[in-house]
Design a protein around this ligand. Sequence first.
Ligand SMILES: O=P(O)(O)OC[C@H]1O[C@H](O)[C@H](O)[C@@H](O)[C@@H]1O
Length: 544
Amino acid sequence: MQEKWDALRRHWEGARLSELFARDPDRAKRHCVEVAGLRIDWSRQFLDSTTQQQLLALAGECGFGAQRQALFQGEVVNASEGRAALHMALRGPANRDWRVAGSSVSLAVEAELAHMEAFVAAVHAGQVKGATGAPIRDVVNIGIGGSHLGPEMLATALPAAKKAPRLHFLSNVDPAQSERILGSLDPAETLFIVVSKSFTSRETMINAGEARGWIARALGETAVVDHFAAVSTNEDKVRAFGICAERQFRFWDWVGGRYSLWSSAGLAAAVHLGMPRFHELLDGAAAMDRHFESAPDAENAPLMMGLLDLQSIMAFGWPAWAVVPYADSLRLLPDYFQQLVMESNGKGVTQTGGALIRQSGPLLLGGIGTDAQHAFFQLLHQGPLPVPVDFIAAARSGSQNESATRRHQVLLANCLAQAQALAEGRSEAAVRQAMEQAGLDAATIKSLAPQKRFPGNRPSNLLLMRELCPQSLGALIALYEHRVFVQACLLGINPFDQMGVELGKQLAREMEKRLGAEGREGSGDSAVAETITWLQQQWREQTS
Ligand SMILES: O=P(O)(O)OC[C@H]1O[C@H](O)[C@H](O)[C@@H](O)[C@@H]1O
């Protein structure tokens, strides 16, 4: 297959994006679709009819059509764990009879949504009370990875419902985080939602134990039941923790951790948004699912973008990808997408164990515009290796205020200008001419002109929401999920497991024991042994 990617590289040698636009006045219209209020424009990519044909042929050779069908039919697409990956069923239970291994799951999904709905309504109505009878005013989500990044991203991106309690996120085992969060809260008015698919993640279990102790010390052991809810697939462990059935929210092993914000793992976000707006989020994602399943190939945004992502990696050898939302409230989106993209496709072998010749899925970096322009954009414009960029923004500012509208235009002007600058660049000849006109001397021009040159010809995608609302955000997230799936199909890898996180976890367990007991032998080189000795010396000196 690599020879086909190499043929694509040769096909594009010497080509300029600007020429593609000059040749075809309809280009921007042709490679742009709108789904659920989200305008998706991939016209600034190295794409022409030949490439489109070749990319789609590659998808055909990899059995993409059958793999997409298997995904939507709830077949075992996560072979290493023997599971389906049917997160789409969570966002459209009423739309069709979703089945996992032949058994319908739609009713179970609807029942859990109804369970969430009742809980959210009760919290908003002040009916969920702590052990002293005080209504809950603060909710703390305890979870990590997929059990944290999605809910916090949503709660930051979208405004709170009128009666929503304050929301906090406890993910890190660093005691500084729990001290900062718990230090400002009143136990009598605080509810913890422990979110863990496995209910075994070390950080989450340590933090949940700390929170439990904090409640028990302040209000007594019997208060625990009133101050905890849990979301997990592991019902036995939730019970053992002391959380009652009514406060136990379920999801299923066919929902991957990084796809779980659509399930009850999104409970904290639902508490923040209110259930009607959480449903709008699901609807937006469901619209993208329908688009991915049924839009013709050339207009199918996740398909085309996933193929173009791989062209960048496999044909051009560009290993990175930048996601830059021009919206302060989307500042956690790049972190969220990092888990989705890199935990899914950061693999070195195919499903059959063959080594990948080139890099697997891309390395994703990100930050918000315009701040990122003043941080890493220098490399995007002039670094030797192009980094394709996804520019994300909302057309409307969400404020009628004249000054806010004007500043929002400045924000969008920057977004569009950066995409243009990356695509068009600035030739050395144009730089020289400008310097000559400015009256600079020949020696200065000679040394500075190459440094002021912008190579341009750097692709980007433009993702514009009419406004930042749950529906468009749902569609945007689902777009990325399906793109990642397309990338994985072509690479031949399993995007639904994450074996690469296990070794570090195992060693951390062993390391915990060694750090706590002096002289204990263990695995590792002298760098480990020397560091442990040094750390223990620091602790001895601190206590003496
Ligand atoms: O939800 P949990 O079972 O606690 O897992 C939390 C996270 O930890 C793991 O290490 C995985 O890498 C993530 O995919 C997962 O989202």
